[in-house]
Ligand binder design. Sequence first.
Ligand code: ATP
Ligand code: MG
Length: 502
Amino acid sequence: MKEIVLALKGITKIYPGVKALDDVSLTFEKGEIHAIVGENGAGKSTLIKTITGAIAPTAGTIAFGGKEYQKLDPIEAIRVGIGAVYQEFNLIPYLSVAENIFFGRELRQGAFTDMKAMCAETEQILNELGVRIDPRARVKDLSVACQQIVEIAKSVSKEVKVLILDEPSAPLTNSETQSMFRIIKKLKAKGVTIIYISHRLEEIFELSDRVTVMRDSKKILTLDTGETDRKSLISHMVGRSLSDDYPRNESDCCETTLQARGLNTAYVNNITFDLRQGEILGFAGLVGAGRTEVARAIFGADAVTSGEILLFGKPVRIKSPADAIKNKMGLIPEDRKSHGVLLSLAIRNNITFSSLKHISRYGYLNKKKEDAVVHTLKENLRIKAPSVNQQVKNLSGGNQQKVVLAKWLATNCDILIFDEPTRGIDIGAKQEIYKLMRQLAESGKSIIMISSEMPELLGMSDRIIVMHEGRIVGELKKEEATQERILEMASGEAGGCGCNAN
Ligand SMILES: Nc1ncnc2c1ncn2[C@@H]1O[C@H](COP(=O)(O)OP(=O)(O)OP(=O)(O)O)[C@@H](O)[C@H]1O
Ligand SMILES: [Mg+2]
């Protein structure tokens, strides 16, 4: 008999108009890696927030460490050994790595915080995790991947019995994910119970001992991972069958819409490429290779020191994102939380925010037109919410991302740049996004897609540009692109981000 460390009994959580959890009972064993899967809005994050005490369940109990709780207090939860890395980052950007790790329990020497000791301990924790990050670096200057590693370090620096990871791999590259897995397995060997949420099913199979499927706020079932497969897991998750195919490109590429000629910024060098109408141009490379920075250069978000951008053959000066938008360009950024949505506004306003011009006449909003646009996108992308008037901050992580995508899909751009378009998005909605992207291309738009997901990059791109250390190192046609060739071109010393997992 395995030892049960944590037991949820009949957990229900009701928000106004939404039952986020419906009578969920679930047990977690000592030293197991227990995955939780389900579509966006299924209730995964809400479930773990009841375990960490971040929210109080409407009904049900949580048994942990010989006690039964109606509601766990967040401080009590940490004290008894429940640690969590949330989907939303919780780091303080202006503090250093060490100060973040010791936040609230700073090491002191007399009346002063002992920065030296905190840095030394931080270094030791990071070393154990096999990563090199400067403990004195400010968190805001780190890449998303490094910030994620600091989040994990922060949790494991405390004595944890249960460690919850809510989509920890979303911002990481394959090799970074692998080093995180090594960390997780080490913790498992020490008897720590790991609760692991991810939309990447291959990770679930690689890592977990058991997997619980959630759908529509309910627990559907728990399986031994070894006794199930991808197909049946998906069918439990979505309650319908799905094909794994990518929509094919039926259009011929024609006119060149955008030409980048020898662009230099502080982050990228000599960027030269063409983008054609009707195509999806993929950008491959390791995290830190400069793909996002190319997007920012084109979009006027970073200062271009030399080089030229031509739109439809004519040189243009794009000095700010506002200039780019005027030139009918759109950028869907990878860090959607800080750049993508207005959390306190409704889904409706977020979607139409950038496209007010098309749905207004003489300065008045055409409500009917707005309704049509908003409802179609909510439906196509399967944005899960009781109504389009729901505030975005109340949506699940994946559904917030869908709102950002919807916002740009509603605009009338000629050129759309998608930076990691399906990160954190569930498998059913991914397919819808692929379809929409292909439809946009076929309707004559040009699309740049930056992606670290190899199958998506290979499946969707008509051509692939590969970057390494701020430069373009090659271009592959769809027919010649394989995972091996891309990785070969993209590899070398891991560049740029200053945190090399080893
Ligand atoms: N504060 C809130 N107010 C109202 N509804 C909420 C609130 N928090 C969550 N919800 C709703 O509860 C449901 C479950 O959300 P949850 O964040 O648990 O989903 P999830 O499974 O983690 O999804 P994802 O894969 O997108 O992260 C969603 O429909 C969401 O909109
Ligand atoms: Mg979630």
